[in-house]
Write a protein of this length. Structure first.
Length: 115
């Protein structure tokens, strides 16, 4: 029984250490993303936060709101999307989401970066 307790204690300690390491890496990644975006914006690129609200009922299965960050080349006009409302759920998504995806696919790869 004592060996089980020692193993359990060591495992719990190691799990805690890994959580701290993961948290640190997540913060570092977020800092690098913010720095990259700031650099692109400084070059004239435009930052766009895509947010699609989920109107379904199964968030517990990983379904939920969708957030994506993009930077667009200075020559790309994103004004049409700045006031758009995006939504998705069990029965698909609204027309804005479909239009957004079609528009995004029409752009050349060097005209935007998804972060």
């Amino acid at each position: 029984m004592e060996k089980i307790m020692q193993f359990s204690s060591k495992t719990t300690t190691r799990i805690g250490q890994l959580r701290i390491e993961i948290s640190s890496l997540e913060r570092e990644l977020e800092t690098e993303k913010e720095s990259f975006i700031a650099g692109k914006v400084g070059e004239g690129w435009k930052k766009f936060l895509f947010f699609s609200s989920y109107y379904g009922s199964h968030w517990e299965y990983g379904e939920g709101d969708e957030e994506r960050t993009f930077v667009f080349h200075p020559s790309v006009d994103i004004s049409r999307w700045e006031s758009a409302h995006f939504a998705h759920g069990h029965n698909g998504q609204n027309e804005e989401n479909d239009a957004w995806e079609a528009w995004l696919e029409s752009l050349a790869d060097d005209q935007y970066i998804e972060i």
